[in-house]
Design a protein around this ligand. Structure first.
Ligand code: HEM
Length: 70
């Protein structure tokens, strides 16, 4: 239970899949397999990095809540 919502396995699964997809795209961008114009490229790389970081943190907290450790 987190903020009155019970964490279900499907939430963890789709959250994990989503984060994995974000990391894959971040790698494709980092390796310049996907390119964006000029400064936008780094802006998106940095933005997605924050999304992965905050999403990963939320995923971890939800994981702890799922196993009843918080
Ligand atoms: C194979 C994977 C990756 C490669 C080759 C790569 C490559 C790069 C390169 C070359 C830069 C320097 C900035 C530029 O010249 O565009 C950079 C910056 C950065 N990368 Fe990646 N990247 C990869 C994956 C990731 C991942 C998975 C994350 C985080 C989840 C990440 C986060 C960042 C951040 C925060 C910066 C600094 C941006 C800034 O200068 O403010 N990168 N990356």
């Amino acid at each position: 239970m987190l903020f009155g919502i019970s964490v279900e396995p499907w939430m963890m699964m789709w959250g994990g899949v989503f984060l994995g997809v974000l990391v894959a795209f971040q790698m494709l961008g980092g390796l310049r397999i996907i390119k964006l114009k000029g400064k936008l490229h780094l802006k998106v790389h940095r933005g997605v990095a924050w999304a992965i970081f905050l999403g990963g943190l939320a995923h971890g907290v939800m994981g702890f809540a799922y196993f009843g450790r918080i």
